[in-house]
Write a protein that binds this ligand. Structure first.
Ligand SMILES: Cc1cc2nc3c(=O)[nH]c(=O)nc-3n(C[C@H](O)[C@H](O)[C@H](O)COP(=O)(O)OP(=O)(O)OC[C@H]3O[C@@H](n4cnc5c(N)ncnc54)[C@H](O)[C@@H]3O)c2cc1C
Length: 519
């Protein structure tokens, strides 16, 4: 008779797969089954292949302050030991991992990429986050520069109560910079004005960055100060799987299966049966059929809203909070062009001399586009013909209840191409060789509506002894890849130690060090 306990993991994204892998490698007491609603691995950080080109939804920079996470990534995909195609061609020097794989010969490797990302505002490029370079002032012009300076001074002298995101930004950057670089972008991203959004999102998004932080960074560079803490938004290199982020999760899923884990794709969990303080089984649909699976522990990376919505006997207050949690959905259009109209005015070399950015924030009130990706710069191996084409991803934020969400692929492509011309990314429609639409539901857990009461919901979830909520939507927190993984590291520790104290799982990404500047 099988005496092993059964762990049910909901979700085959970073959090779910990390939990499955860790449970299987740290203990032989558990049988592990992963239930994944889609037919792909990686959740939001999957990679979609289309006509030989690959799309990374949102562009995923692999960067973590946690050594444990970095080691994990490199265990799955070792760092490159030889230069990649573009680095060879452009004679760019990058740090190499002696003895590591050669990306020209093998796919299983992690690249080191340069982080170039700017803001595109009024037809000009600005550093992201905004920096104090002469070019910034030149782009803004004398009048705007003075306005920004005075409004920043004003913000230093008169601090607003940080009870919403607008005030947080104004305190950090001054009203003028806020209105130029944060207000419209934030409203476009969330569908709410920053004054209606909780300030904690700003703290997570800008990670302690402020004008003061920027000045310190400029001086740090000037005087080459070693070992200083660097704000995550200023990091200039990151790791990236050769074939996009989904590759890491495909490799992980394969290892899970080799370790004896069972992964069921196209299995959407719809209900969880609760008896007393324990979940006893999950119901999932696959190919239109309903199935019941029993388990001893349940690790959930599915959205809290759906999790609680599918549970029996939830008291009214936590049920109300879960039901009211808001999300923002995301649509992206891959556009293959033969040439961009943007000129590379930087001293950074690229194949085809395209602009060197991986992703660009669009701050233009005349278009709906929020950002665009240039996949060529993420990895040369994402693009089928890197020498003659540029593979761009236009990004739009919306709600799945909007008309925008329901437009056809043709309508979406027409809008995207029109906006590319409008803001000068391409000079004519004739440049477009191919397009592809992707939609991501619940891409962003949002910090408004019932989110303000989330602690009550968390307290309730913690009363269910064998339920462990991990990941981004699994915790309704703006978690990056590394945070999502760390919630699973903590969950596995709890499971294996038999502890019912889940505070360490929920405490990931409260990121004290990000908020304490100057450490
Ligand atoms: C635009 C964008 C850009 C980003 N950029 C970065 C970046 O540069 N760096 C970074 O570190 N992070 C980035 N992130 C965050 C990163 O994508 C997430 O942190 C990560 O994917 C979260 O992993 P997860 O496993 O918690 O959740 P998800 O990726 O959401 O995975 C959850 C999985 O659960 C499955 N699921 C959901 N409901 C059910 C159900 N009922 N039954 C079964 N399965 C279910 C889903 O299909 C999915 O596969 C970005 C996110 C976005 C949206």
């Amino acid at each position: 008779m099988n005496s092993k306990k059964h762990a049910i993991i909901i979700g085959g994204g970073p959090a779910g797969l990390t939990a499955a892998y860790e449970l299987l490698t740290q203990s032989d007491e558990y049988e592990v089954t992963v239930l994944e609603a889609s037919d792909m691995f990686g959740g939001i950080s999957k990679t979609v292949a289309y006509h030989g080109n690959r799309m990374d939804m949102g562009g995923h920079r692999f960067f973590s302050k946690a050594q444990e996470v970095n080691d994990w990534w490199e265990k799955m995909l070792p760092l490159q030991g030889a230069p990649s195609y573009d680095d060879i061609k452009l004679k760019r020097e990058i740090p190499l991992n002696a003895g590591g794989p050669d990306p020209e010969k093998t796919d299983e490797t992690m690249l080191i990429r340069r982080r170039v990302s700017r803001i595109y505002f009024d037809g000009k490029f600005y550093d992201y986050p905004i920096s104090l370079k002469p070019q910034t002032f030149k782009n803004m012009g004398f009048k705007n520069t003075m306005k920004c300076g005075f409004s920043y001074l004003g913000a230093m002298l008169h601090k607003l109560p940080e009870d919403n995101l607008e005030n947080f930004y104004i305190n950090s950057f001054g009203r003028q910079l806020y209105s130029m670089f944060f207000e419209y972008y934030t409203e476009n991203l969330w569908g709410r004005h920053p004054s209606e959004i909780d300030a904690s999102w700003g703290a997570q998004r800008t990670k302690g960055l402020s004008i003061g932080g920027i000045i310190k960074d400029v001086f740090g560079k000037l005087f080459n100060v070693k070992n200083r803490e660097v704000n995550t938004s200023l990091i200039e290199e990151f790791k990236y799987p050769k074939l996009g982020p989904g590759q890491l999760w495909e490799v992980t899923a394969k290892k899970i299966e080799e370790l004896g884990g069972i992964i069921i794709k196209n299995a959407e969990v719809t209900e969880l049966k609760k008896t007393g303080s324990l979940i006893t089984s999950a119901k999932y649909t696959k190919n239109g059929q309903e199935n019941i699976i029993n388990g001893d522990v349940f690790v959930s990376s599915m959205p809290i809203k759906d999790l609680v919505g599918g549970m029996n006997d939830v008291p009214a207050e936590p049920a109300r909070i879960a039901e009211g949690l808001p999300y923002r959905d995301y649509m992206t259009l891959g556009v293959l062009v033969d040439k961009l109209a943007l000129k590379n005015l930087t001293d950074m070399t690229t194949i085809g001399d395209i602009v060197p950015d991986c992703w660009v924030y669009v701050q233009d009130r005349n278009v709906k586009m929020g950002r665009f990706q240039i996949y060529n710069n993420w990895s040369p191996y994402l693009v089928k013909d890197i020498e003659n084409t540029v593979w761009v991803g236009l990004e739009y934020f919306c709600n799945d209840t909007d008309e925008f969400w329901n437009q056809s692929e043709e309508e979406f492509a027409a809008l995207g191409i029109e906006e590319m011309i409008k803001i000068g990314l391409i000079d004519s429609k004739a440049r477009v060789l191919d397009t592809h639409m992707e939609k991501v539901k619940k891409a962003y857990p949002a910090y408004f509506d019932t989110y303000s009461d989330i602690d009550t919901l968390i307290d309730y979830l913690n009363t269910i002894d064998n339920l462990y909520c991990v990941g981004r939507n699994g915790q309704h927190r703006y978690n990056n890849l590394d945070h999502s993984m760390m919630t699973s590291f903590e969950a596995v520790k709890c499971i294996l130690s038999g502890s019912t104290d889940k505070s360490a799982i929920w405490n990931v990404n409260t990121e004290k060090e990000y908020h304490e500047e100057g450490k």
